[in-house]
Design a protein around this ligand. Structure first.
Ligand SMILES: [Zn+2]
Length: 481
């Protein structure tokens, strides 16, 4: 505090050293266009060693300088935020979300079918009209950019709709999923799952989502027992060829080693789930490295289904892991309602048993594969699959990051996966995101504990800065019911 007063002449000093964040002058209220965060320990997201007693200067929505006090003098007239005692990181990037899903069963009636009470058309219309509760929950949780990797067409417009909104993360979207399975979960007049039939329809489907404005082409590669495997392999390959011609990345959901290899042969730039049935082998690793494929392990999503089924079976409300109070009242009410649902107990028990068996079998394989992928130097990006039951938009990132750490990544590796590599996953849209470096968009978090010792420190977020706009976390928290 003293030091900053001495160093900074003509500067408006705002003290947040004690993290008394309520005292911060928030942008929008005639705040100076130049701001400086002073005194925090900077972890820039590149994996470089932290810089103690740092200065980060913003001009409008961009970072002008980030580094030591000597390297980044505070400009005269800047609004200074003293962040002594906190750690500064890039905003988190969740590289795997779905805004067409709610975080509960109403958006995934193939989990628990509640359509008599919550008609699917109505749920989807509500999401389209009001995505802001999830956008705010993201930002409140420190998530400043997300990749929606599959949903109805309106999600493709979301990036433009929210880019200038200081209460929303940056959004990149892939639009409808091209699926090897003829999946029923669609609206009467619109598909989020487009069936990949023969090679001609596969190529047409790729052009369709591209022409609608998708930033990537997403394939949902589910091996269907009643289809000849070669037919599905051909369809995925054709989509991959078109993605190359169209100049957009191919993203594939493939959880089996065979399917993942087909995806890599088709040129996949990102795999949005772990391989969970067998150890990744040398062929997988060499293809992933040759493609520059990003591996998004998505470790915790099936556990969310498991906790929902447990709550439905035991009639106890599930725990909501939301340390900063970011989850909106409607979502909270729905999650709590799981305990009082009247469902066929035999159906719930069967789902519970099946999901528990799946989690128990997959988790050790996913952990082992994450270690293999990291050891091979394949870039890993953090993604939660938010929107699936009990994987809540926003705070789901904490459990996901902690799972990555538990599976052997260092806290710093997890942080890079959740920032710089997330930006890499966003493709060209992520060019100016993901690190705290000059020229990048000013998306920065101030946290009250050291995330290089334990990634769980990211739960202790105090400030979220999105495009240079400073939000104390309590300002972003969900309104009371
Ligand atoms: Zn997903």
């Amino acid at each position: 505090m003293r030091r900053s007063s001495r160093l900074i002449r003509n500067a408006v000093v705002v003290v947040v050293a004690t993290m008394a964040v309520g005292s911060i002058a928030v942008a929008g209220k005639a705040a100076p266009a130049v701001k400086a965060l002073v005194g925090g320990t900077l972890i820039d997201g590149t994996g470089a060693a932290p810089v103690k007693d740092s200065v980060v200067v913003f001009r409008e929505d961009r970072i002008a300088c980030a580094g030591t006090r000597a390297a980044c003098p505070v400009p005269a007239g800047a609004e200074v935020l003293d962040v002594t005692g906190s750690w500064l990181t890039p905003g988190l990037i969740d590289a795997h979300v779905h805004f067409c899903q709610t975080g509960w069963a109403d958006g995934r009636p193939d989990s628990l079918d509640l359509r008599d009470r919550y008609p699917y058309e109505k749920v989807e219309a509500g999401l389209r009209a009001h995505p802001e509760r999830f956008l705010r929950a993201d930002l409140c949780s420190g998530v400043t950019a997300v990749f929606d990797v599959g949903g109805y067409l309106w999600t493709i417009d979301l990036p433009k709709r929210v880019e200038s909104d200081p209460f929303a993360p940056h959004v990149v979207a892939a639009g409808p999923l091209l699926s090897t399975m003829d999946f029923w979960l669609n609206l009467p007049a619109e598909k989020q799952f487009i069936y990949l039939g023969d090679d001609i329809s596969a190529r047409k489907a790729a052009h369709y989502v591209f022409n609608e404005g998708a930033s990537a082409i997403k394939v949902w590669y589910i091996p269907v027992k009643t289809r000849p495997p070669d037919e599905m392999v051909t369809a995925v390959r054709c989509v991959g060829e078109e993605a190359v011609k169209l100049g957009v990345p191919l993203i594939v959901h493939a959880t089996g080693l065979n399917e993942a290899k087909v995806a890599l042969k088709a040129g996949a730039k990102m795999l949005v789930h772990s391989v969970d049935d067998a150890p990744v082998d040398a062929e997988f690793i060499s293809m992933a490295k040759a493609n520059g494929t990003i591996y998004c392990p998505t470790l915790t999503v099936v556990g969310g289904y498991l906790r929902m089924y447990e709550a439905a079976a035991t009639h106890k409300p599930p725990v909501v892991d939301d340390p900063n109070g970011c989850v909106d009242p409607l979502t909270r009410a729905h999650v709590a309602e799981t305990a009082s649902l009247t469902l066929d107990p035999a159906v719930v028990q069967q789902k519970l048993d099946r999901t528990r068996a799946r989690v128990n079998a997959a988790n050790p394989v996913m952990a082992d594969n994450l270690r293999r992928v990291v050891a091979a130097g394949i870039p890993v990006a953090m993604g939660t699959d938010a929107g699936n039951p009990l994987t809540l938009h926003g705070p789901a990132v904490y459990a996901e990051m902690e799972a990555m750490q538990a599976d052997g990544m260092t806290p710093m590796q997890v942080l890079v996966a959740s920032t710089r590599n997330g930006a890499l996953a966003l493709g060209s849209a992520g060019k100016y995101l993901g690190t705290v470096e000059a020229g990048k968009v000013a998306d920065v978090l101030a946290v009250a504990a050291d995330p290089t010792l334990d990634i769980a420190a990211m739960r202790k977020i105090r400030l979220v800065i999105r495009g240079g706009v400073v939000h104390p976390v309590p300002e972003l928290a969900a309104p009371a019911r």
